[in-house]
Design a protein around this ligand. Structure first.
Ligand code: PLP
Length: 709
């Protein structure tokens, strides 16, 4: 059932000597290996840029002559051979010494279901943090040889592209990806056509075409309902992420859960553990139970067996993050289904009942909590919040005994470390630091990095960030459809010598993007300081259905246009993976000021910390564990205050006035702010190992992979 047919090379122009570039282009491994990335980039920088950093697209369109030339260039060939050797070694490794013996093997494979995956800019199948967490999780499972298959959607329209109108309102541009030129491949069926499966028990049947992305050693199977035999409504199921229409949303989740399970069955992929990344995927549970019932087990026996082998990760305390479907919709789609489980209507509804809101509908999180034996939140604080939130499911136990554990999120280090920073670490942390990067001891060697080298690298990255932003602004200007003031707010005034604060995340109201504007007069003083000014770069999308979020964004745009604020605020459109990379590498301080307790974890700050960018953050989510008193600034939210926003903002201003600005601008004669660099080193030292995806995946295995069979 593999896609590639040796008789039909994907890239006919590829000379024999470079034939391995095809395998490389078709496996995202290249995206987290700088040497592999450079093989594509150095073929032709302009073509690389125009392809959107997508080697599949680039090689399809690339002139054969230039490929021949590269194939005859000894330097290129040497680099090519080195990369191919690394790649083959990586792919052939079956058992990683990194994992302890007795942990997952083929027999104990894991199926990981998620509605979104954030892997790379060329695959826009994510809306935000949940997706990047899933992407980083499967990359790390590949690195650690965890036998895992992943299940998700191929969204031809992705999320959406953001453009800001002249009046500051967010426009959602729809752009369809070209499936042929995306780094995904068709999974072929026995009949020689792309495999199409049917979602069980839907009428009219929902047909799903199957695609695959190779993520190192892990296969991610993607479902696509845009196939001709589906009626238009069914075709639209996987068109884009998180449709606002409730019924279509339910049909998405039915397709992800029931269809995903059916897809794995058709592919002959056995799995022992089921890992549900958020409630969207929870219907996958039902197919396991149904198949056990069809083999003669009764529902409760099947349920028990399922419970022992299911992990459910909850990702947010925000109510809108938990899908609740009206019972009549559930009835419409599941009345065919519950007899197969040996249940009646009432017993089925009970599975998704929220005890505090029994009439509200079928709650996907309550359902997943009940039917999974291993449940986890995504930070220590979030576990406490979740225990409180879901106490009513376990009325017989005390709140702190509610069986929800936690595994704090982490980020995939090879993906998020900036290549120049990596070179610096290669030089000072020893040859094998990357292989042992979840060992905190490795990072103690940060002290041996000379201040001037770390500072110059960071400064170079800041220049690169600001260059990229100005170039975007210039493009928008050149396209001629934007006013001068919207171009200025896009970052035309940014200055690399100025202390730069970054704030980039979804424009959900609880993230309080406008908190720092609480006291405009005080803020103006920072911006207008002739010798020690600050500037702030914002980015982020509001969900298309979130009008309060869009209004917040519009207010921000209008504020940043105000000449009184000195042109020191930039809003960069269309936050996505590539912009995130630039920002977390290049700003000086990462600002995060959500309203506690709504930030379950937050991962963008971890990406910044890994690259030496300290946090100025409210204590919530991961920062409750990450802050050690000397690696940034922690703001304790005071909910008893008469004006909690004002009080939080006041603490931010104080941190800026008393600590951040003086320390940043205290530069020695050689141009290096040594105190600041010490802070950068402390940030890396204290956060890099503990907030790596490697530590996270190992935690999941140790906490939840206690096999009963
Ligand atoms: C990491 C990342 C996120 C998640 O970060 P938060 O801190 O949880 O907001 C969202 N979007 C992009 C593009 C990212 O890279």
């Amino acid at each position: 059932m593999e896609k590639l047919n040796a008789a039909q090379p994907l890239f006919p122009h590829l000379p024999e000597r470079l034939s391995g570039l095809e395998d490389l282009a078709e496996n995202l491994w290249w995206s987290w290996n700088p040497g592999a990335r450079m093989l594509f980039k150095t073929l032709d920088r302009q073509a690389w840029k125009e392809s959107g950093h997508n080697p599949d697209k680039m090689l399809r369109e690339f002139p054969g002559l230039l490929l021949e030339k590269a194939g005859a260039d000894p330097d290129y060939i040497r680099r090519y051979d080195d990369v191919m050797k690394l790649f083959h070694n990586y792919m052939q490794q079956k058992e990683c010494s990194l994992l302890k013996p007795g942990l997952p093997d083929k027999k104990h494979a894991v199926a990981y279901f998620s509605a979104e995956f954030g892997l790379h800019r060329s695959l826009p199948f994510y809306a935000g943090g949940l997706g990047f967490l899933a992407g980083d999780f499967i990359k790390e499972c590949s690195d650690l040889c965890v036998p895992l298959v992943a299940v998700g959607f191929m969204y031809p329209e992705g999320y959406f592209r953001q453009q800001i109108r002249d009046d500051g309102w967010q426009e959602n541009l729809v752009e369809s990806i070209n499936r042929e030129a995306a780094p995904i491949s068709k999974v072929m069926g026995k009949d020689g056509n792309q495999l199409v499966i049917k979602v069980p028990l839907t009428d009219p049947a929902i047909h799903v075409a199957v695609w695959k992305v190779a993520v190192g050693r892990v296969s991610l199977y993607l479902m696509d309902t845009d196939v001709e035999i589906n009626d238009p409504w069914n075709r639209g199921i996987s068109a884009r992420l998180y449709t606002g229409d409730l019924e279509q949303r339910l049909r998405q989740e039915i397709t992800l859960g029931l269809g995903g399970a059916q897809m794995l069955k058709t592919l002959g992929i056995d799995h022992y553990l089921l890992h549900l990344n958020e409630g969207h995927a929870a219907f996958a549970l039902l197919e396991r139970i149904r198949s056990m019932v069809s083999e003669g087990k009764d529902f409760s026996t099947a349920l028990k067996q399922n419970i022992n082998t299911t992990i459910f990760t909850t990702h947010t305390p925000v109510p809108a993050g938990h899908d609740v479907f009206p019972f009549q919709l559930i009835e419409k789609y599941f009345h065919y289904y519950w007899p197969d489980l040996g249940l009646d209507r009432n017993a089925f509804f009970q599975l998704g009942l929220h005890p505090e809101k029994p009439d509200a509908g079928f709650n996907m999180t309550a359902f997943a909590m009940r039917l999974s034996g291993c449940r986890n939140a995504v930070s220590k604080r979030h576990a406490k919040v979740s225990q409180k939130m879901w106490q009513s499911l376990w009325p017989e136990v005390l709140e702190d005994k509610v069986p929800i554990d936690y595994v704090t999120n982490g980020v995939h280090v090879p993906t998020w470390i900036e290549p120049k920073i990596k070179l610096l670490l290669d030089k000072y942390l020893g040859d094998h630091w990357l292989d042992n990067h979840d060992d905190p001891a490795i990072w103690q060697r940060m002290d041996t990095v000379p201040d001037v080298e770390l500072w110059q690298t960071h400064y170079w990255l800041k220049v690169k960030l600001i260059d990229a932003i100005r170039e975007r602004a210039r493009q928008r200007w050149t396209n001629g459809n934007a006013s001068a003031s919207i171009i200025l707010t896009g970052g035309a005034f940014l200055d690399p010598s100025v202390l730069t604060i970054g704030f980039a995340r979804r424009f959900a109201t609880y993230k309080r993007a406008l908190l720092i504007f609480q006291d405009l007069e005080r803020l103006k003083k920072f911006f207008k300081d002739r010798w020690r000014p600050i500037q702030i770069i914002f980015a982020g999308k509001a969900h298309p259905a979130d009008d309060p979020g869009k209004r917040l964004l519009q207010n921000l745009i209008n504020l940043s246009r105000d000449p009184q604020l000195g042109g020191r605020i930039a809003f960069v459109e269309d936050y996505g993976e590539q912009l995130a990379q630039y920002l977390v590498h290049g700003v000086d301080v990462w600002l995060n000021n959500p309203l506690p307790p709504f930030e379950a974890c937050g991962t963008s700050g971890m990406k910044a910390a890994l690259n030496g960018v300290p946090q100025l953050s409210i204590i919530d989510g991961w920062w409750g564990e990450g802050f050690n008193g000397k690696n940034g600034w922690a703001i304790e939210h005071d909910e008893t205050s008469a004006d909690p926003d004002g009080s939080d903002a006041d603490k931010i201003y104080k941190a800026l006035e008393q600590e951040i600005i003086p320390r940043y601008y205290n530069v020695s004669d050689n141009g290096v702010p040594h105190e600041w660099v010490r802070l950068m080193k402390e940030t890396i030292k204290s956060n890099a190992a503990g907030f790596s995806a490697r530590r996270m995946v190992k935690d999941y295995i140790e906490k939840f992979c206690k096999y009963s069979g």
